[in-house]
Design a protein around this ligand. Structure first.
Ligand code: PMP
Length: 282
């Protein structure tokens, strides 16, 4: 597999990254995952813009332009012969002896990327998944797609140990998002999701769903709902680049609605499938 390391394409086995990289010591960096359908990068501009905005929020100056990064992503697809999968990109604050404060200006950020062939989770999208409620103990800058993922890692593991696909995070009684997904509820035909504040990542798939709701004339409100309300939703679903739109059929072992993927969720999935690069793709 060929990786991109600060301007060079290198075979994975030949890559070496310094032990002094601040990503390794502090998780001091940001990242993106872009989905590839039939050789095409999906919503690449949205992902790359968010990469620049996350980097800016933690004061990292990416020394590549958006179009250069797009070229890198495309080159990785070609060199690795990827047709369906994802591109991962991360930027750290670079390599410097371990000290919390930023290193001097001469230390340049470290940009690495790779591409992977993966399958769409079609079975889970059709049948739905179970989630476990977990207290959201993450920091207060969840709008930044930061490499500091310990809160998410612990939540996802807790969900996994309960045989659940995802953790549904709640803070002060309100549902925020999943450990690596956004969460939506549907009640009496209205779609609800947490507003794009500092408490959640403004998912690109979340934004696609808001647009699709608009196009399908499904009423949609960016408004918090409580964990208690989540149990009583007619439908729940989660969204992310890799999970797409996935019905949640059980929360903490209790069925949501009739325990089957809901009608509005299905409508959104159908609309989603029609606007990915190749809708007939299985
Ligand atoms: N929230 C969190 C915490 C995430 O890590 C992710 C996935 N990166 C999402 C939401 C979904 O975002 P997207 O639709 O852009 O993949």
């Amino acid at each position: 597999m060929v990786h991109f390391i600060n301007g060079e394409y290198i075979n994975k086995d030949d890559v070496s990254v310094s032990i002094d990289d601040r990503g390794y010591y502090f998780g001091d960096g940001v990242y993106e995952v872009i989905k590839v359908y039939d050789g095409e990068l999906y919503t690449a501009h949205e992902h790359l813009s968010r990469l620049f905005s996350s980097a800016e929020k933690i004061k990292i100056d990416i020394s590549f332009t958006e179009s250069e990064l797009l070229q890198v992503a495309k080159e990785l697809l070609t060199r690795n012969k990827i047709s369906n999968g994802q591109v991962y990109m991360q930027v750290t604050r670079g390599v410097a002896p371990r000290q919390h404060n930023f290193p001097s200006q001469e230390v340049l950020p470290m940009l690495t990327a790779y591409a992977l062939e993966t399958k769409r989770p079609l079975d889970a999208i059709e049948k739905g998944v179970s989630v476990k409620s977990v207290i959201d103990v993450r920091w207060l800058l969840c709008d930044i797609k930061s490499l500091n993922l310990l809160g998410s890692v612990l939540a996802k593991q807790e969900a996994k140990e309960a045989n659940c696909f995802e953790a549904l995070l709640h803070r002060d009684g309100f549902v925020t998002e999943g450990s690596s997904t956004n969460i939506f509820g549907v009640k009496e035909g209205v779609v609800y999701t947490h507003p794009a504040t500092n408490l959640v990542l403004n998912g690109i798939t979340r934004q696609v769903v808001l647009r699709l709701c608009n196009e399908l004339a499904i009423p949609c409100v960016e408004k918090e709902f409580t964990l208690e309300e989540a149990f009583n939703m007619d439908e729940l679903f989660l969204t992310s680049t890799t999970s797409e739109i996935m019905p949640i059929t059980k929360l903490d072992g209790q069925p949501i609605g009739n325990g089957q993927p809901g009608l509005q969720t299905k409508r959104l999935t159908e609309a989603f499938n029609l606007q990915i690069p190749v809708s007939k793709m299985k």
